[in-house]
Design a protein around this ligand. Structure first.
Ligand SMILES: [Mn+2]
Length: 343
């Protein structure tokens, strides 16, 4: 069982001290961890814009590229993937090491349970100034408290914590700040539907909307971006959908000809298993994809607590998490009398 975290209402002193440090610091680095999502990007953008409003100039950084669908988050364009260069600048090698004068007085890592996922473990000794402080702002119950200061609180999203911090310090929430923060709240709660959704989350959302959050265009970019061909590709998979009567596992396959029939939509096959898991009342979902390259790739998904798909994928030579995993096995999909098999 994960430890319970302090709640937002008891964090007032911490909110004031962390914000005070941020405003007093000369050089501030805001880090979104690997695999940036709506919450991590919304967090560094919202916090970055708030500091800019105070005349500060924080550097926003993410070790991985920011997905194009997050472009609409205010401030996302300024996120760097290499320190001292904008992420759009192809002329600077990713391996370039920062000069000594890039050392930061405060490094804030948001929405990351540990330093390794933050993606700055190697750079930290160089990037943190001699008297520098690593601040962790996060809502994962599994947080390892890897910061010098850990603002790790029970919340639906990291942006909810940042909203509370800004409010505690009476920082005006501009529509841009509110939009960035609201976005993290919407995505981490699956649009206020998953168990993380709390009354406090909804109340925070109400205040952000009142402050002028305009999430519509970004949400459209995130959720309504599928080309017709992607849905037609999914259609092939829907037609072949079966539920294994004994295992209560939904299965389907995509074949090499499917991947060429509807244009360049192969990347959209990725969302299929997530979608099926969301809508089907089964124990788990298995999608097998054969793109004709000699490997059959499988995606496994579940929403059930008692199912460990990470172990199953590992057994099949892959890996992942309990609720989402994947594997690849050599061969191709061949039709049988009853279904499909890998040969
Ligand atoms: Mn989060």
């Amino acid at each position: 069982m994960a430890p319970s975290l302090a709640t937002l209402s008891f964090a007032d002193a911490q909110f004031r001290s962390v914000w005070g440090r941020l405003v007093a610091a000369r050089r501030v680095l805001l880090v979104s961890p690997r695999k940036p999502d709506g919450d991590s990007v919304g967090s560094i953008c919202g916090l970055g814009l708030a500091l800019r409003g105070m005349g500060r100039d924080p550097v926003l950084y993410c070790p991985d590229p920011i997905p194009a669908q997050f472009d609409g988050i205010p401030g996302a364009h300024g996120i760097m993937s290499v320190i001292a260069s904008p992420r759009s600048n192809p002329g600077i090698a990713a391996s370039r090491t920062p000069r000594n004068d890039t050392a930061f007085d405060i490094i804030v890592v948001v929405d990351s349970s540990d330093l390794s996922f933050a993606g700055i473990a190697e750079q930290l000794p160089q990037w943190k100034a001699k008297d520098g402080v690593l601040v962790v702002i996060d809502h994962h119950a599994t947080n390892t408290m890897f910061g010098d200061v850990n603002l790790v609180l029970q919340a639906s999203s990291t942006t909810q914590i940042i909203t509370a911090m800004l409010e505690a310090n009476r920082i005006p929430l501009t529509p841009d700040i509110a939009t960035a923060l609201f976005f993290g709240l919407v995505t981490d709660t699956d649009s206020f539907t998953n168990p993380a959704t709390s009354a406090a989350a909804a109340a925070t959302a109400a205040r952000l909307v009142a402050a002028g959050a305009r999430p519509g265009p970004i949400l459209t970019q995130v959720y309504r971006q599928k080309p017709i061909g992607a849905i037609q590709l999914w259609g092939r998979a829907f037609e072949r959908l079966r539920v294994h009567p004994r295992w209560n596992v939904a299965m389907t396959v995509l074949l090499p000809e499917d991947f060429t029939a509807f244009g360049d939509v192969a990347e959209h096959a990725e969302g299929l298993s997530n979608f099926l898991q969301t809508v089907l009342p089964v124990r788990a979902v298995l999608v097998l994809k054969d793109r004709g390259d000699g490997t059959v790739r499988g995606s496994l998904r579940t929403t059930r607590d008692g199912v460990d798909l990470g172990m199953l994928a590992k057994y099949l030579g892959g890996g992942g998490h309990k609720k989402a995993s994947g594997f690849g096995v050599p061969g191709r999909l061949v039709r049988t009398a009853t279904y499909w098999r890998v040969e």
